[in-house]
Design a protein around this ligand. Sequence first.
Ligand code: BEZ
Length: 388
Amino acid sequence: MKIFRLTLLAAALSPLALSSALAQNTGKIKVGLMLPYTGTFAALGNAIENGFRLHVMEHGGKLEGREVEFVKVDDESDPAKATDNVNKLIKRDNVDVLIGTVHSGVAMAMAKVAKDTGTLLIVPNAGADAVTGPMCAPNIFRSSFSNWQPGYASGEVVAKKGHKKVVTITWKYAAGDESVRGFKEAFEKSGGKVVKELSLPFPNVEFQALLTDIAATKPDAVYTFFAGGGAVKFVKDYAAAGLKKTIPLYGSGFLTDGTLDAQGADAEGLETVLHYADSLNTKRDNEFRLSYAKTFKLQPDVYAVQGYDAAQMLAVGLKGVKGDLSKKAEFAAAVEAAKIDSPRGPFTISKAHNPVQDMYLRKVVGKENTLVGIASKGLTDPARGCKM
Ligand code: BEZ
């Protein structure tokens, strides 16, 4: 049967076209990694790449039987350079798939180009709500979260703790704005009030004046979104200003993920909400953590998990199209039907292509974000504005 189909295919195609069609399905797959390798999010980009590579290594250097070739671009978390960077990967390097990125502003530029060109894109971190909202497309997927998800789940947690008056503080860009919006939606629905929204431009870390404002406002609690190098500095400055002892600090879990070595005692006891924790203690997560630690001599974090799962999603899609990435509808159908066996716990992909996943409440104990419990079970992003 297989020979018959191949004979028919051979009759229909010239020898050159036939060999290139076969090569498309069986040859190397070119993966374009567009991630930050410098700046405040550099460690996040490296962890995502490590996670992605780990999945490939665990499968003999292949994804669904195809060898993988990587092309890398440092996007510097700079939205102004994003369109040029992504066009280089697509037009100069001819990548088959784009994996990127960390920063929401850069990811929105990537999503626009991916949508316009039909290039397959898997976002392994950036939470920009628009990517799986108004910009959603059959060829765009996310292995991480929407900014709304940890924000909304945090709002429910902080309300349940009995806090009534909250000040928020974050970077003024899509991720910060959307995280705070999600928080506010849930917190105010439960009767709380966000009394002040403080922000500073990304990636500034001059927090002093804002911390003075928080001390003067005397809220019941503070909610924050910071990540990477900025999160390290914020947690240290919050403690140094004497606020940690008087005003409880909450955050989406990026505040303390991949940062605990640098934050030390200043992070101890902080409670945050995220789709991963260091002590899930499941067989799947323990195996992943051991494999990651052995390979990279580092402890994994949420970013490593998201990179690993981006590779898993690509493998699932490739399997569904038998290696032929031109079959976009079939690729999407395979990913939409899958249950991804993630170290964070199994998750599915929504119609808008965002993970439907549990949100965990975690507490910093020593060098770990230990699991306190499930803050929100199977939380689905509302995908506002997605028409697909
Ligand atoms: C973002 O820009 O979407 C983002 C950056 C770092 C951590 C989480 C989200």
